[in-house]
Design a binder for this molecule. Structure first.
Ligand code: BGC
Length: 417
């Protein structure tokens, strides 16, 4: 029989090791991609809220807007059999993980707190799987927004554009005024975020048939060629250094008055607020011209993984905290998003936030609320990535608009398998 001997040094090291600060029972490990200034400020609201109740936060940030890098990191952890407690995730990614049988069950908290009654059906479609709550929705963002520097707009005539033609006229004036009209970062998910709005600006039926139903006739239509023409036109307004730029640096260009506007989801508002800017005074928020009344949404959800019984209480506490109405208000005021519950008052929100809450409710009741393609709420990752690829190749001038529309049809068909 082999004897297992420990050296004196090893025993000494063991005895000297500090006691862990928190037991698994009162700590959560959270994977997320909230690394910009505004995002980190919002994350802090969640973190502090939990810490005030004795739950220790183990941070696992993975930078990269849209969350692609975070999802790759997650895959590695799950494959190693060691998933984090909670993971920021979007739409179809949540459904994909649920299908693999690795997610937890939040039923205990959700039933007690009545989530079914206050979380809109459009979110429940993703936060529940097989009738069970598996994720806690923290917010609702939307992608069809434009963030305009007030100073640059005033210098360009002062009137916020309401149609495509008016948008082009304002961009032209900004160019003539010597600034970069469009602050943008050339990353596939950012190109795709603008594409969401551009497709929607050509009609809600068109957005639905092409991005949600993935109808080949819509994907390859003349309207899609027009959508790509609009993308090509927008490309003429970005600066020469746009390639690879992070989205928050594009926001900073608008904040500093170097660029006129940014077409981005309302997480951009978090950057303006973090920089001390105020809506109406320093910046203006409008729906992408031609999309008024409609909303392409994405909701950040904390998807909960199957964890040991020791970790479950902290996981459930985190889920309950996230759905707390007061937290939903204080968090979303900072994040730029709107509450994931329909019963949270808009009193603490600024004008853009109030508009976001109203737009969401109206779009929901008029049938004009659609999942964002760019942020995982229109199609599963394989299809989303196929769409990203074509949109980016076209934006970078590798395909003309006709070829891009044809490529979309093929890419989607191949991705659907
Ligand atoms: C998320 C936002 C995040 C943004 C940029 C989106 O996919 O929903 O919460 O701020 O990516 O990182």
């Amino acid at each position: 029989m082999r004897k297992f001997l420990m050296s004196t040094a090893a025993v000494a090291t063991l005895l000297a090791a500090p006691m862990p600060l928190a037991h698994a029972a009162d700590s959560v490990e959270v994977l997320h991609w909230w690394t910009s200034g505004g995002e980190a400020a919002a994350l802090d609201v969640l973190k502090k809220n939990l810490e005030s109740q004795g739950v220790t936060w183990k941070d696992m940030p993975v930078a990269g807007g849209g969350g692609e890098a975070a999802m790759t990191a997650l895959r590695a952890r799950v494959t190693a059999g060691d998933p984090p407690t909670a993971v920021q995730a979007l739409g179809f990614d949540i459904t994909d993980w649920a299908k693999q049988g690795v997610v937890g069950d939040l039923g205990e908290v959700a039933d007690k707190e009545g989530w079914d009654k206050v979380v809109p059906a459009a979110l429940q479609n993703f936060a529940k799987h097989d009738g069970k709550w598996i994720a806690a929705p923290v917010n609702v963002h939307s992608t069809n927004w434009v963030w305009i520097s007030k100073k640059a707009l005033d210098a360009a005539g002062g009137k916020a554009p309401e149609s495509w033609d008016e948008l082009v006229a304002v961009l032209d004036k900004m160019q003539a005024n010597g600034i970069t009209p469009l602050g943008h970062g050339g990353q596939a998910w950012q190109d795709a975020t603008i594409f969401d709005a551009v497709v929607l600006s050509l009609g809600t039926d068109f957005y639905k048939s092409s991005m949600i139903d993935l109808d080949p006739a819509a994907l390859g239509s003349d309207k899609m060629v027009e959508a790509f023409d609009r993308m090509a036109k927008l490309k003429t307004y970005v600066d020469k250094d746009f390639s690879g730029r992070d989205w928050n640096l594009a926001s900073a260009m608008v904040i500093e008055g170097k660029a006129g506007m940014q077409m981005m989801g309302d997480w951009a508002k978090g950057e303006f607020l973090k920089a001390g800017q105020k809506p109406g005074t320093d910046f203006v928020c409008i729906r992408f011209p031609g999309t008024q009344g409609a909303v392409t949404f994405n909701s950040d959800m904390f998807m909960m993984f199957k964890v040991g019984d020791d970790k479950k209480p902290a996981q459930l506490k985190m889920a309950a905290d996230i759905e707390d109405p007061a937290f939903q208000s204080s968090f979303n005021v900072v994040k730029g998003s709107v509450p994931a519950r329909t019963d949270v008052p808009d009193t603490a929100f600024d004008d853009c936030g109030k508009k976001g809450i109203k737009d969401l409710a109206e779009a929901n009741s008029s049938g004009k609320l659609f999942g964002s393609m760019a942020h995982g709420y229109a199609a599963p990752a394989a299809v989303k990535n196929a769409l990203y690829d074509v949109v980016t190749r076209h934006f970078n001038g590798e395909l003309d608009s006709k070829a891009a529309a044809a490529a979309l049809v093929e890419a989607v068909a191949a991705a659907k398998g």
